[in-house]
Write a protein that binds this ligand. Structure first.
Ligand SMILES: [Zn+2]
Length: 332
């Protein structure tokens, strides 16, 4: 085969320097624009279902003190706590108001997660909106309050677009915005697996638990960032969904350290929710999940559009094997 079979497709030798120069300039331009984009992975931390029932290790008061200290130690200036005021009347809700104030005193912000935590798909829209109002009445006038609403279970009505639009309109009329999520690693599942293991007297390998928690949340962030770049061509300021858990109180500094090691910058919830992606209102038949998933779906990107360990079916055997040292296929 002749190497120069089609010289007309190549630059003339006299043009070569110019061509190479332009090529290198283009290459440099690509790197210069890509480099900040690569460095710019931003994420805010958010915690749901506050005040939450106790987990495996701490009383609710102890957990809050530890979580506040952990966020401070990790250098997280402002996280958001999505409050479900109905939880205050539950057994572990006692003292919850004081704990919520402690988060705000530490510089964090609070927002609406409905009063009773009902899924929209099985709740009438009028009843659902009244439940948002009831939580908002609790939040009104409190320090640190932000005008954000997070859908319980990230359930936006599934296929019922009429219901979804009724709630979207109601939020708009009240000056509320969606407190959407772009990263979900199902931390609640690791918390409940841990609580179940401890209460049934099983040996929990705490180092393995820490590593699994950190790895799972970080992989969820990386997965969703990649999918978002494919969908909109840039990396948005992300919002990770976490819950007020013992695992967060224990492992937030490790999680934040690992995120930073991989080039993530922790931003405030205010900064994250100021991202233009917050204005998106994806129109997919089932908006149950992250904004990442909904936008990727709307754009027609192929599944999977969710991080695999968000499913307990995938996460549970990994937990059993790594944290409880139980065999993967022992017939249980
Ligand atoms: Zn929730």
């Amino acid at each position: 085969m002749r190497r120069w079979a089609a010289p007309q497709n190549l630059p003339h030798p006299n043009d070569r320097v110019t061509f190479m120069g332009r090529f290198l300039a283009l290459l440099a331009a690509v790197f210069l624009t890509a480099a900040p984009a690569l460095a710019e992975k931003r994420i805010a931390l958010t915690f749901d279902d506050v005040p939450r029932a106790r987990g495996a290790f701490f009383t609710p008061d102890d957990r809050t003190a530890r979580l506040v200290a952990a966020l401070k130690r990790a250098g997280v200036r402002q996280a958001a706590f999505f409050v479900t005021p109905g939880n205050l009347a539950k057994p572990d809700g006692s003292g919850g108001e004081r704990r919520i104030e402690a988060y705000v005193r530490a510089g964090h912000v609070i927002a609406n997660h409905s009063f009773s935590h009902r899924p929209l798909s099985t709740t009438g829209s009028a009843e659902y909106i009244a439940d948002i109002d009831r939580a908002e009445a609790w939040l009104k006038g409190r320090k640190g309050r932000r005008p954000w609403f997070r859908f319980p279970f990230l359930n936006e009505g599934r296929a019922d677009k009429g219901k979804r639009d009724a709630v979207r309109d109601a939020l708009k009329a009240r000056g509320l915005r969606s407190g959407y999520v772009t990263v979900d690693g199902a931390d609640w599942n690791l918390e409940s697996l841990t609580a179940r293991a401890v209460s049934s007297g099983k040996q929990v390998d705490m180092e393995a638990l820490r590593d699994l928690y950190v790895e799972t949340m970080v992989e969820a962030a990386e997965f969703n960032d990649k999918l978002f770049r494919q969908t909109i061509g840039r990396s948005p300021a992300h919002v990770i969904l976490l819950h007020e858990t013992d695992l967060a109180a224990l492992f937030i500094p490790d999680l934040v350290a690992e995120l930073r090691k991989l080039g993530w910058r922790i931003v405030t919830a205010d900064q994250a929710f100021a991202d233009p992606i917050g204005k998106a209102l994806p129109d997919v038949p089932s908006a149950q999940g992250t904004l990442t998933e909904a936008l990727a779906w709307e754009k027609g990107l192929p599944a999977p559009r969710w991080y695999e360990r968000s499913s307990p079916r995938v996460a549970d055997p990994i937990f059993a094997r790594r944290v409880l040292k139980e065999g993967p296929a022992d017939g249980k």
